[in-house]
Write a protein that binds this ligand. Sequence first.
Ligand code: SF4
Ligand code: MG
Length: 326
Amino acid sequence: MTALLEVEDLHVEFRTRDGVVRVLNGVSYHVDVGETVAVLGESGSGKSVTAQAVMGILDTPPAFVTRGSVRFHGEELLTASAERRRRLRGDGVAMIFQDALSALNPVFTVGFQIEEQLRTRRGMSRSDARARAVELLDLVRIPHARQRVRDYPHQFSGGMRQRAMIAMSLALDPEVLIADEPTTALDVTVQAQIMDLLAEIQRERHMGLVLITHDLGVVAEVADRIVVMYAGRIVEQADALSLFRSPGHPYTEALMKSLPRLDSKGTVLDTIKGLPPNLLRIPPGCPFHPRCPRAQDVCSVQVPAQERLGFGRTSACHFASEVLDG
Ligand code: SF4
Ligand code: MG
């Protein structure tokens, strides 16, 4: 069966004055119909860049896709015409961003921004588009949608703006929604509400949902599958239940140890020592070895292959099976 969205062996580099920055080094994942995939990693791990490559909006620094494939219903997007990409944007695959304030246009009302898509892409009349915009704001539970549709983005609170952006992304009924850190700028209660809303919309519409996050806690309850990225590579992929039960990569283990737990109130959380690598100088061997509590001699020399751990699980660690056993 063809996946809804497939990213395969994606390599991206930024050619900067300081040298070539290899931001993606062979990233592969897929999203099926009705599936929620969380892409997890620290900043600079390549999670947003992957999404930008999928959306065809990879323009920050001089970015080059040097290898790989991005397919939507089996259709190659990387070589598709600009017109084809534009048509698929919002319609096939839509994206919402962390910072709704900069993603929404401040000089137009929220309603206008939704209506404009409906009028230009769906040929709707002004009044039909307005009615649909109100429905969409209602769907994302913006109170008094009929009035708020006339408000400007700055008249919304942070959480309401994020809801408005979700409404906007749903206007063309996308089959896949990519949410890049959709709740990072919000306080914890609002974060949970937005995540619940996304999960509910995903279920109702049977969409593919990609949740990009640095916070495992935020996606724990909604993700079907989790893709863990480090230094432009995928280090582990697993269904969410298995991953939480027993991580198969030391980096995932470390991320889980840094999660606050209900049963350990007051204890100091383990944070991961050291920093993510400078992508201009990715460490040889396993890129995680300078920070890995399980590292052996081989780790600084040999790049670990993707080890299959069954049921679609993979881990890029020389000692994956041992990690899995605890
Ligand atoms: Fe740690 Fe070695 Fe596994 Fe890398 S390959 S994660 S350094 S044990
Ligand atoms: Mg990012």
